[in-house]
Design a protein around this ligand. Structure first.
Ligand SMILES: [Mn+2]
Length: 322
């Protein structure tokens, strides 16, 4: 079920003395405008996938916590920011994912860059379906890639239902049923957080991945360049458990080691740079697994907000600095 945002949730500091240049997200956020492309937030208030995956529930409150942390971040006058509301997950996860996909497609049709606010990583199957539906309408033969920043492959076999651990297996099955290539890469994989069965399946499917302990700039740049160089369209998904538990304790499965947050931001900038050079269109991104009930001092929400802020910044920086 979709629900519009009550804009009174957008609150924060006001620097009236600085006029428009002092504005923050809570002051400029509005309902999506079809005539003016911008960045559009879309919440997926779900933790049913996490529950089914035997994880720690609470991610359904993620979108609200993320909006809260985003409110006081500085806004840029040249790039509109929209809040496309939330899809509230019911007992029927598959139907909720389909509803979310419809919203994604709608915002892509209006030429917005969509940022999904999770919700468990079952948002991945929902986002993919939205992107795919949009592509089937506009460019069905194009190559779509998924770049996942995650300690986990999320390639588990649905048993029989999808969970927060299965989204990219569902994508792989979807692709093989339709004879489409499965273009999926992962950055931040922990060898201690994925079974041998998952590594075997990833190898069978020729999934490209960087292990958490190999995550340095020198390795990441060619990895990202090669992956994006073969694509026409890109969807990026960030599972917050790719970050160390000290930075992101508010997730279902915190990482003991993880990758540094600054490295993640470096990678996102590389993604943008490579997309511009390779003429690959970056359609959307999502931030998954924020679980406020396990957060400490809003640490995870603040980190998620910074990542969201950077994603928006990169969408407006095609003319300078890259
Ligand atoms: Mn994960």
């Amino acid at each position: 079920m979709w629900q519009a945002t009550d804009f009174s949730v957008w609150q924060g500091r006001v620097d009236a003395e600085d006029g428009d240049a002092g504005q923050r997200w809570h002051q400029v956020m509005r309902e999506p405008d079809a005539d003016q492309p911008g960045t559009c937030l879309l919440g997926f208030a779900s933790d049913l996938g996490v529950r089914r995956n035997q994880g720690r529930v609470g991610a359904a409150e993620g979108p609200a916590a993320l909006r809260n942390a985003l409110g006081s971040l500085p806004a840029h006058p040249d790039h509109p920011l929209y809040d496309g509301g939330d899809v509230l997950c019911t007992d029927d996860l598959e139907q909720s994912q389909a509803c979310y996909a419809t919203e994604v497609r709608k915002h892509l049709n209006q030429k917005h860059f969509v940022i999904g606010l999770g919700g468990g990583h079952e948002i991945g199957w929902a986002s993919f379906q939205g992107v795919r539906q949009w592509l089937d309408q506009h460019d069905p033969g194009a190559r779509l890639g998924i770049l996942n920043f995650d300690a986990h492959f999320d390639l588990r076999t649905p048993n029989p239902d999808g969970t927060s651990g299965t989204p990219f297996r569902q994508v792989a099955d979807w692709c093989s049923e339709r004879n489409k290539p499965f273009e999926y890469a992962c950055i931040g994989i922990s060898e201690a957080a994925n079974t041998q069965a998952l590594f075997q399946y990833a190898h069978e499917k020729k999934v490209r991945y960087l292990r958490d302990r190999d995550c340095i700039d020198l390795h990441a740049s060619p990895f990202i360049r090669r992956f994006i160089g073969e694509l026409d369209y890109l969807y990026v998904t960030v599972c917050l458990d790719v970050l160390p538990a000290s930075v992101a304790p508010g997730v279902s499965a915190p990482s003991a080691i993880g990758i540094p947050a600054g490295f993640l931001l470096f990678c996102l900038e590389e993604v943008r740079r490579c997309c511009l050079h390779a003429h690959c269109q970056w359609l959307m991104a999502d931030i998954a697994e924020l679980n406020p009930s396990f957060d400490l001092d809003n640490r995870t929400a603040r980190t998620a907000a910074r990542i969201t802020w950077e994603l928006d910044r990169l969408q407006r920086s095609d003319t300078h600095s890259l």
